[in-house]
Design a protein around this ligand. Structure first.
Ligand SMILES: [Fe+2]
Ligand SMILES: [Fe+2]
Length: 302
């Protein structure tokens, strides 16, 4: 199958419950019931490294709850859109599969992603469509639409699903909801399987020069989004506290240990690439300083 002929609406509309929903629940069971209904109660300040942030500590209780709510919403909405993209990705890979065994495997993964999406949705009231401003979700949709089989295996399964395990594990470790914790631990287990199969299917030496260039160019854009650090948390604080000057933002990034956190994530990504023995890709990204977190002044100038 030629992947160039296929255009996928990754962001297919959610029209709310219908008769189809009943059929779906008959198949996968009822979605989990949240034991904590306030988004602000799902994770504490420590989960976002806010416990040493002066502007947060000095805020009123209601302001603190608003920041926690916005951070939790950002986290869950991103997960919602990633899982939604996961369904489109696995469906495309089902069609692009080289063998029948591979096709059967991707069909199973597709069902996993649908289950993840359904479970995450139960904890997320009023999903907003403002993800159009989320460059990572936009990039992901673009990759799913334009990527060929081998680059997709590397970028999505080896890197993003491998990284997803670490990301969901962090969310699980500090989660205060037992019901959401159960959902997260199931997702982590499934994503480990998705990532593991990516490692088995990927071989850097099979990539064509065009595919190599596609992977490197795409990853340069993706790595930049990681190199900037905790700008999402800064945006949540600004939403509640009002406009912050550049120097206030730099102070905030310091207290959030943004650069250290970004560097830790970049190290995880590099380790995943080593695991896949993708030496040429690592070398190309190293030449572009992609594995080094940006300093705060650079973040402000972007
Ligand atoms: Fe998933
Ligand atoms: Fe997955």
């Amino acid at each position: 199958m030629n992947s160039e002929n296929l255009i996928i609406d990754v962001d297919v509309k959610d029209e709310g419950p219908s008769e189809i929903t009943n059929l779906l629940y008959r198949k996968i069971g009822q979605p989990p019931k949240p034991d904590i209904t306030e988004l602000s109660g799902l994770w504490g300040a420590d989960s976002y490294d806010l416990e040493n942030v002066d502007i947060f500590k000095e805020s009123s209780l209601s302001e603190k709850l608003l920041v926690l709510e916005d951070c939790a919403r950002g986290r869950l909405e991103e997960a919602y859109h990633i899982e939604k993209s996961g369904m489109a990705f696995t469906s495309k890979m089902t069609l692009l599969a080289d063998t029948l065994q591979e096709r059967k495997l991707y069909c199973q993964f597709s069902a996993d992603e649908a289950n993840h999406l359904e479970a995450i949705t139960s904890f997320l009231p009023n999903i907003s469509e403002n993800h159009k401003d989320n460059p990572f979700i936009q990039l992901l949709a673009d990759i799913i639409n334009t990527g060929a089989r081998r680059p997709l295996i590397f970028i999505i399964q080896v890197l993003l699903e491998g990284w997803g395990i670490d990301h969901y594990q962090g969310m699980f470790n500090s989660c205060r909801s037992i019901a959401l914790g159960e959902v997260l631990s199931k997702i982590i287990k499934d994503e480990a399987g998705h990532h593991g199969s990516g490692l088995m299917l990927f071989n850097e030496n099979e990539m064509t020069p065009t595919e190599m260039n596609y992977v490197i160019d795409t990853l340069k854009i993706f790595f930049q989004m990681v190199q900037v650090g905790s700008v999402g948390t800064v945006a949540s604080i600004e939403k509640v506290k009002g406009h912050l000057s550049s120097s206030q933002k730099i102070g905030l990034l310091h207290q959030l240990q943004s650069r250290e956190n970004a560097q830790r994530k970049l190290n995880v990504l590099k380790k995943l690439m080593h695991k896949a023995e993708s030496n040429k890709i690592i070398e190309a990204l190293e030449k572009n300083n992609c594995f080094r977190a940006f300093d705060y002044q650079t973040v402000m100038n972007l």
